[in-house]
Every structure is written in C-alpha cells, then in structure tokens.
Write a protein that binds this ligand. Structure first.
Ligand SMILES: [Zn+2]
Length: 258
C-alpha cells in the first residue's frame, strides 16, 4: 500500500550537483515530497541554483552562502555582492555556513573560516533570515560564534553530534536536522538524538547527492529518499510516520517563513 506522505519536505539538498536535475525534482514530486530546499556552498553556484528555482516555483527554494570548505578564497566584497540576491523570492535563508576542521586544516584556514562564518551570520541576522549551519570537528568554536549573534536562528544540518551538543543547540533556539545517517545501523549517537529532540525542533533532510539512507546507502542520494529518514525517526520514536512528516514540514515552514 502506498503510504500518504504528501507532507514531507527535504530541508537540505544540493540540486546543482545533479546533471539530471529535472528528473530528480519530478521524482521527488511523484514520491509526494512537498518542497525542496537547495543549499548553496559557493558563490558561483548561485546562478545555476537560481535557474533551477525559476523552473520549479514554489516547489524548490534556495539558500545563499559559502560553505567553510570554500571560505579560503572568498572576500567580504564577494559576499556583499552575492547577498544582494537575498531578496529573491525563492531565497529563504543563508547557508550553508559554519566551520569544518578536517584533520589537515591549518590555523590560518580556521581563522579564515571563522571570519567568513561570522560575516555571513551577521548578514543573515541583519536580514532577519534563518541560517543553515554546517559543523565538523568544531563544536566549541561553532557554539562560540553562534552565541555571539544572539538574534540568529535557523538549523544545524546533518546533525552528527551527541545529545549533549544537541541540548546546547536547542538552548540557542536552533532546530536540528537529521539526514540519512539516522538510518545507519551503527549510528547510535544519532539514534539517541533522534529520540531526544523535541518534535517541534526537528527537521529532516537528505543532503543529497551525498549520504544516501538505507536501503540506498553508498548509492547516489536524492530528495525522494527523505522519506526513509523520516520513517526511521518514526520507528525510533515509536510514532506514526505521518506524524513525523507533518511535524517536520510544519517546522520547516515556520523556520524558513514559507
Ligand atoms: Zn550540504
């Protein structure tokens, strides 16, 4: 039996990474995914992202921003220019922004990431729009930066930290978004978070084309699979999947003011 899932949303995907984007979006629609949010990672992405949003009005929305992996060669002037697009009707937030301290990263690079993160968080706050935060191996620095922007709000995406960090994120008023990682058998930490986060603070995402959920683990991911993320959360919380679809969609709409 086909389950009613007309109300689940993919709060984080990268549609500009797909060569067959029209098919990917149509498949999401066919599977009953209600809306998609495609996330920028570089300034140069945005043109392509804008054309995708234009083709699917009121279905595909976008954020604008620079991922920490691309922070090293971006200037504040570049950011100011790019952020003029924030008034576009399909732009609903800033992201993904944050800190990513991969093991080989230099102190100079970390400093640059922090500067670019702070600058974008400030632009988001000034425009009163939500941010989508990426953090890896950088918990305490990320929290320090976010704490210094009291009026900022948004979501910590692809959450992979523990309940303790989740509590701090929630205390800052942010949402927590879970990805396909929650479907992985050994992801015990994320399973605990999936049970812990209050239902009105939870979002679901694919982060596609990366991180495909079970049963597609290791394959290319796409927004249609967000259902598997929500289903796993419903199993962990012992509630009906429709409840997770509806609640996470409502949270998404509220957070991104759609
Ligand atoms: Zn992403």
């Amino acid at each position: 039996m086909l389950r009613d899932m007309s109300c689940v949303v993919d709060s984080h995907c990268h549609l500009d990474c797909f060569d067959d984007v029209d098919d990917v979006v149509e498949r999401a629609r066919k599977f009953g995914i209600a809306k998609l949010l495609t996330i920028s990672t570089q300034i140069n992405d945005f043109k392509k992202i804008a054309t995708i949003c234009d083709r699917f009005p009121q279905y595909v929305y976008a954020t604008i921003g620079v991922h920490p992996d691309y922070a090293f060669n971006v200037s504040f002037e570049d950011l100011d220019r790019a952020f003029l697009n924030i008034k576009n009707k399909f732009v609903v937030g800033v992201g993904e922004i944050g800190l990513d301290y991969r093991s080989d990263i230099s102190d100079e690079n970390k400093k640059q990431q922090q500067k670019v993160f702070e600058y974008q968080l400030n632009l988001a706050t000034c425009n009163n729009v939500p941010v989508c935060i990426h953090t890896r191996n950088a918990i305490s620095d990320t929290l320090d930066v976010v704490r210094s922007f009291q009026k900022s709000f948004g979501v910590f995406h692809c959450f992979g930290e523990d309940v303790c960090f989740a509590r701090e994120v929630l205390d800052l008023g942010y949402m927590i978004s879970l990805s396909g990682v929650v479907t992985f058998k050994n992801a015990h930490t994320v399973h605990e978070v999936a049970k812990f986060v209050p239902i009105d603070r939870l979002l679901v995402e694919t982060d596609s084309p990366y991180l495909a959920p079970v049963p597609y683990r290791g394959k290319r991911n796409e927004p249609a699979y967000v259902k598997f993320v929500a289903d796993k959360i419903s199993e962990l919380r012992n509630v009906d999947p429709t409840y997770i679809y509806n609640k996470t969609t409502k949270n998404f709409m509220n957070c991104f003011n759609i």
